[in-house]
Design a protein around this ligand. Structure first.
Ligand code: PA5
Length: 471
């Protein structure tokens, strides 16, 4: 089993007047420990189907031991287990089609997108099938009602394509826990029509190229039965949308594009072990919650900037934006999450973060090892750009200097920063990160008395939108 290797260093928040002192964190330790115990007790309660007190409804604590359960069942039952079935289906899809469209919105797509952007080649969809390792290209739809974006996807898939070889074929994973989300349902109906046409109205072919992931009842569930889909995956009760990345919601698209979902789950399980057993002062989940909460309460830092260094983690940050916003943005409370990508956004948001309102905690997400050979600055006869003085410096060295320089600039103005380190940008680190942030969010909810599960506020827009449409 992989050990937790994510590290969290809040040294950059320790300022006498605008930040914290180590004693502040020590003083919160007992409450953090109590919140951890409550979260673990919630997980037990959910597992044992115990009666849920009204104040805890809904209690979607099923995500907590999900990675451990999936791995244990796979070790025992291999292909008959949920994970085994996901792996088989992913292989079937990737052998059958060159383009895979994932339909879903919110928690039903953001995890898969985060994995795609963080772990695949940055130009995966532009590579030849051979250079993609035989895995399909990946597209996301059903996450908006944007006409021209959808038409763009149709252009790509081809309205009347040949459908004989793998290069011509496309397939769909349609994801909706409720089964009734309008954006996803409309995209599904539209694309289903196109796929039906492409398969020449062959119902069996169609049923093999559509894989629904949904709850065990609802409209999508009924539709998948009517279509006779070869496989349907279920999102278990007790696992909410934004906590579902370790169900088929995240695992199936990830496995279909060749990502190692066992390593992903091992990373998450390692984070679980760390969360359960590490003392408060060494516990990355609890230290992260403690720093965020104390700075919000004592210093009014209500904006939490997740500052990702490098291009591949933007979607992982957006996944966290959704998790935090939908979980704790309730009862007129909840910090504002904001993902930035640096060094890019030093040239857009940097000014405000350096000198704007003092309402921000900046958490840097730093990847320690690059995956590819290091590019270095070359020496040139044309030194008008004066880069010869930097000849031999590598891009990782330039990035490290940017991180250190930015942290120093913030420190000089007593702007709090903390660093979250990934050893590599890979499945194992992403698994740890997802589980760390999901645990942190529910711990914080328990700490401040907000139920992190459910999103009653999202229903209002849906109600009004439907009313306008049916007028
Ligand atoms: O976290 C959540 O529950 C939401 O963000 C949902 O994932 C999102 O609203 C999509 O819902 P559904 O999967 O039911 O279509």
């Amino acid at each position: 089993m992989t050990r937790s290797t994510l590290t969290y260093n809040p040294a950059g928040v320790m300022f006498p007047n605008t930040g914290l002192s180590p004693d502040d964190l020590k003083a919160l330790a007992a409450r953090l420990d109590a919140a951890r115990k409550e979260v673990l007790a919630d997980a037990e309660l959910w597992k044992n189907h115990g009666p849920v007190p009204a104040a805890k409804e809904p209690l979607d604590a099923g995500f907590i031991d999900l990675p451990d359960r999936l791995l244990a069942e796979y070790a025992k039952d291999r292909e008959r287990s949920e994970l085994g079935r996901i792996l088989l289906c992913a292989k079937r899809l990737s052998d059958a089609a060159d383009r895979l469209v994932v339909l879903g919105i919110g928690g039903s797509y953001m995890g898969a997108r985060a994995l795609f952007e963080a772990c695949c080649h940055p130009y995966h969809n532009e590579l030849s099938r051979a250079d993609r390792g035989g895995y399909p290209r990946l597209y996301f739809e059903g996450n908006n009602a944007d006409n021209d974006a959808a038409q763009g996807l149709f252009d790509l898939l081809g309205r009347k394509p040949k459908f004989n070889t793998v290069d011509d074929r496309w397939a769909m994973v349609v994801i909706s826990k409720s089964g009734g989300t309008l954006e996803t349902a409309v995209a599904f109906r539209t694309l289903l029509g196109a796929l039906r046409e492409a398969t020449g109205n062959d119902a069996q072919k169609l049923a093999s190229l559509v894989v629904p992931v949904t709850g065990e009842n609802g409209r999508l569930f009924e539709l998948s039965k009517a279509l006779g889909c070869r496989e349907t995956f279920y999102i278990p009760d007790g696992v909410g949308g934004r906590f579902s990345v370790f169900t088929a919601v995240g695992l199936l698209p990830a496995a279909a594009i060749g990502l190692d979902i066992i390593k992903l789950l091992e990373g998450a399980a390692a984070m679980n072990e760390h969360f359960r057993t590490a003392p408060v002062e060494k516990n990355v989940v609890l230290q992260y919650v403690g720093v965020c909460q104390l700075l919000e309460e004592k210093r009014g830092l209500q904006t939490r900037v997740l500052s990702t260094w490098g291009k591949g983690l933007e979607a992982a940050g957006l996944w966290y934006d959704q998790l935090l916003a939908e979980s704790l943005g309730k009862q007129e409370r909840g910090a504002l999450p904001l993902t930035v990508v640096n060094t890019r956004d030093l040239h857009s948001r940097g000014q405000q973060h350096q000198q704007g309102r003092r309402d921000k905690l900046i958490t840097n997400v730093i990847v320690d090892q690059v995956k590819r050979d290091r590019i270095s600055v070359g020496r040139s006869d044309l030194d008008q750009d004066q880069l010869n003085s930097l000849a031999g410096k590598t891009l990782p060295e330039i990035m490290a200097a940017a991180i250190a320089g930015t942290n120093q600039a913030y420190a000089e103005d007593e702007r709090p920063t903390a660093d979250l380190h990934f050893p590599r940008q890979d499945e194992c680190s992403l698994g740890q990160y997802f589980q760390m942030m999901m645990l942190a969010t529910v711990v914080e909810g328990r700490l401040i008395g907000i139920n992190p599960y459910g999103q009653p506020g999202v229903e209002a827009y849906k109600k009004h939108m439907n009313a306008y449409l049916r007028k």
